[in-house]
Design a protein around this ligand. Structure first.
Ligand code: PEP
Length: 265
């Protein structure tokens, strides 16, 4: 039997290090009137730090939430160039990405640092979006589940299952990010099911409630098939979130009724 829950699908746009004041305003001018009509999907946008407050103002009359792409694991003080969780909360962020593969690969963020950032975000009242996923070499050598499980375990060890599921998990195979190569719906569902089952082994109800997003070259033409998988609860969208009509089409594809997941009861 399958379980169903009333959680909405969630679509998060990660603008990465792109945009300008003018480009952001123009993107939102096109996007917001369209997605304001979609009631059964939750949407968030993660602009670069310098634009958070102006984007917050532009989102003010909408239901679109604000998110940040990163945060410091430190609370405050002498950490030049860093941005704290409480600052992000203070300016209206609801979400923050943690452990994006670009942070792990290019900025040497390891599992322990990611777990610390996750805990710090939660304590400040933010919803951390924990990114996990394997490289191509790891997939080819059959290590996908081990890698993802280890990434989850680091956070589980730091905060426990009850707090882990206060966040969101984003499965993002590294080989699919920004490459145009998407996991097939079946490949993605297999890993999502593994994640949900792993969480269910510790707390079945918490696992059913936890939102697990897919990320990696999601586009308007593949979103629906991905989002229709029983354990995929929405998407983390990079490149396609920079184009208003592509992102709107992805949000439309996530418009669904109650989600049903695969955990047997
Ligand atoms: C991402 O940045 O998290 C991402 C999934 O990027 P893209 O959609 O461009 O692959």
């Amino acid at each position: 039997m399958q379980t169903s829950s009333n959680k909405k699908q969630l679509v998060i746009g990660n603008w990465k290090m792109n945009g300008s004041s003018a480009e952001n305003a123009s993107l939102l001018l096109s996007l917001l009137p369209v997605i304001s009509r979609f009631e059964s999907v939750e949407v968030a946008l993660c602009p670069p730090y310098p634009y958070l407050t102006t984007v917050a103002d532009l989102l003010d009359d909408s239901d679109v939430a604000l998110g940040a792409q990163n945060l410091s694991a430190q609370l405050s003080g002498a950490h030049t160039g860093e941005v704290s969780a409480s600052m992000l909360h203070d300016i209206g962020c609801r979400f923050v990405l943690v452990g994006h593969s670009e942070r792990r690969a290019l900025y040497a963020e390891d599992d322990d640092l990611v777990a610390k950032k996750f805990a710090t975000a939660l304590r400040a009242g933010l919803i951390p979006v924990l990114c996990v996923g394997e490289t191509l070499a790891q997939r080819q050598s059959g290590e996908t589940e081990v890698v993802v499980t280890n990434q989850l375990n680091a956070v589980l060890k730091a905060v426990g299952i009850q707090d882990l599921v206060k966040g969101v998990i984003a499965y993002e195979p590294v080989w699919a990010i920004g490459t145009g190569e998407t996991a097939t719906p079946e490949q993605a569902q297999a890993v999502h099911r593994h994640i949900r089952q792993y969480l269910a082994d510790q707390d079945r109800a918490a696992a059913a409630d936890c939102r697990i997003l897919y990320g990696g070259s999601v586009k308007a033409d593949n979103a629906e098939q991905l989002f229709n998988q029983p354990d995929i609860d929405g998407g983390l969208i990079g490149g396609a979130s920079l184009d208003a009509m592509s992102f709107a089409a992805i949000c439309w594809a996530a418009q669904t009724g109650p989600i049903t997941d695969s955990i047997a009861i």
